[in-house]
Design a protein around this ligand. Structure first.
Ligand SMILES: Cc1cc2nc3c(=O)[nH]c(=O)nc-3n(C[C@H](O)[C@H](O)[C@H](O)COP(=O)(O)OP(=O)(O)OC[C@H]3O[C@@H](n4cnc5c(N)ncnc54)[C@H](O)[C@@H]3O)c2cc1C
Length: 500
């Protein structure tokens, strides 16, 4: 049995941020995550560190939080925040009235803007639609959610935080009407462990209501699915937003070697049932083309979807719901934290940890805004070409990941899942989507004794099936040809269709 002070359920940006904050305040804690870090909305998001521009007109409170956190995160997280800058582009037919409201609202909440002529905008991003009317420059950035979570966890681990990934909370232990612990089941062994604590924090995002119900509580939220598409290369070095009221497919974010475009917004009832419909791919690609015409001919390498836990709204319009966050004290030893954004994860963690300190009657202040994220010295940072400095033994050509990187991660965290390697190195996240590097990484892990040859084959099969699910809705043109090549390699040459 593990005994601690605070049990955090959920290893997305919110849970990992809380673990770092509590660690820096000296509070013993245990974080439990059913998958790897960033397994939920955090790893399925757009990777935009908002300037707040997107929310300035309709949700000034969320916009204010965004700009203030943007300035903090670019300072404390230089190796996971790429300071790309962003443009809101106004295309023919887009309202000039909305543009005026946008500029006024940005000024009111303190978001710096600069209005650019079409030629100035095209100098910055030559791939933009040349018929744009104008653009507004804002301090948007691109952020790596996987690295962000790992770096937050580094601070927790360094100060004795217990971290259990691949462990699902299946039960909340109640005594005299109060939550006093949880039971968590390990994914591969099915072993159930008991963890006892004085406070439980439910940071499970879209799963928040399911987890709260284990303690007889509930969390009022609306679930909104958003889908995204990934291009096979980087079509813009700046974040591109459409200058109009928020709608489907109006943001493009450069992310290392690729671009992410999206999103849609559809109400769903179950966070585990969030697939991408082919119609959504059409909508996003069509909207993205209007801003960057190259989307018409660019290969889409994968699609994915995440589920946003939004504060409950009355009028049924998902986009009208505040992107702000809420902390609920269930008055039984459990708190739930929901809503918010990746961009405001640190602030959410600060407020949640303040509530914990109040319960414990302690006064230690939050330091997460001042101290740089720990562990960044080991990262190569931006631009991606920094990685060319290590050209030996490259296993993943798209993201320039070396055999040493794979071995180091496998050794450090005792990785037995290919996802653990991918999230920590970006292996397989580039244009080939793991088609050419996953089997090499599994070979390395098998040679290191982390798995048997049979296990590595099973993991490879599962990976290929997962990968195909994400690629299937975008299978046409060059991507279809690429997929036939991958199919030829795995089914034709390696005979993967046959069970060994
Ligand atoms: C499509 C989309 C695009 C987005 N784009 C952006 C963006 O560009 N910028 C931005 O700032 N925000 C964005 N957001 C919002 C942002 O992703 C979320 O607000 C944020 O990631 C939520 O983090 P979280 O930790 O609260 O939840 P999650 O990341 O969902 O984490 C919850 C975790 O709890 C775990 N869990 C669930 N049940 C259990 C259990 N029983 N036991 C143990 N663990 C459990 C899950 O596996 C999961 O890892 C986007 C959201 C979506 C859906």
């Amino acid at each position: 049995m593990i005994k601690t002070d605070v049990i955090i359920i959920g290893g997305g940006s919110t849970g990992c941020g809380i673990a770092r904050d509590l660690a820096l305040r000296g509070i013993p804690h245990c974080l439990i995550e059913k998958g790897d870090f960033a397994a939920g909305a955090t790893g399925a998001c757009h990777g935009l560190l908002h300037s707040g521009g997107r929310y300035a007109v309709n949700d000034p409170e969320a916009a204010t939080e965004c700009i203030s956190e943007n300035m903090i995160l670019r300072k404390i997280g230089v190796k996971c925040v790429e300071q790309t800058g962003g443009l809101f582009v106004r295309l023919p037919g887009d309202s000039k009235r909305f543009r005026d409201m946008f500029l006024k609202s940005c000024e009111e909440v303190g978001i710096p803007t600069e209005v650019l002529s079409p030629s100035r905008a095209l100098d910055l991003v030559p791939s933009l639609n040349p018929s744009l009317e104008e653009a507004v420059k804002v301090p948007d950035c691109s952020i790596d959610p996987f690295r962000l979570c790992m770096l937050n966890i580094t601070s927790s681990r360094k100060r004795g935080g217990e971290i259990l990934t691949h462990n699902r909370v299946i039960d909340i232990i109640m005594e005299h009407g109060r939550c006093v612990g949880v039971r968590a089941q390990e994914e591969s062994t099915a072993e159930v462990r008991e963890i006892r604590g004085k406070i439980i924090i439910n940071a499970t995002g879209a799963w928040g209501d399911k987890v709260a119900s284990l303690a007889g509580s509930s969390v009022p939220m609306t679930l909104s699915k958003g889908s995204l598409i990934i291009t096979n290369h980087r079509l813009t070095n700046m974040v591109i937003n459409r200058l109009r009221p928020s709608s489907d497919g109006d943001i493009i974010v450069p992310n290392e070697a690729v671009c992410l475009a999206g999103t849609t917004s559809m109400t769903v009832s179950d966070p585990d049932e969030a697939g991408v419909e082919p119609g959504e791919v059409d909508i996003i690609a069509t909207q993205a083309q209007q801003m960057i015409p190259d989307f018409r001919t660019t290969r889409l390498i994968r699609v994915y979807a995440g589920v946003r836990p939004l504060l409950e709204a009355d009028d049924g319009d998902d986009r009208a719901i505040s992107r702000g966050f809420r902390i609920i004290d269930h008055k039984n030893g459990m708190f739930s934290i929901l809503g918010g954004k990746l961009s405001t994860y640190r602030l959410m963690a600060e407020k949640m940890s303040d509530s914990v300190m109040e319960v414990f009657g302690l006064k230690t202040k939050c330091r997460t805004a001042e101290l740089p994220l720990e562990g960044q010295e080991e990262l190569r940072g931006y631009p991606i070409s920094n990685r060319l400095k290590t050209l030996e033994n490259i296993v993943c050509e798209c993201e320039l990941v070396t055999a040493d990187d794979v071995e180091r991660v496998a050794r450090e965290i005792g990785a037995r899942h290919i996802g653990d390697i991918q999230h920590r190195t970006r292996l397989g996240m580039g244009p080939c989507q793991g088609g050419f590097c996953t089997y090499r990484a599994l070979g390395i892990m098998q040679e290191m004794g982390r798995m048997t040859p049979e296990e590595s084959m099973r993991i490879l099969r599962e990976f290929l099936q997962r990968r195909f699910k994400g690629i299937k809705p975008a299978l046409w043109g060059d991507q279809l040809r690429e997929e036939q090549l991958v199919e030829g390699i795995y089914l034709g040459i390696l005979d993967m269709e046959q069970e060994p």
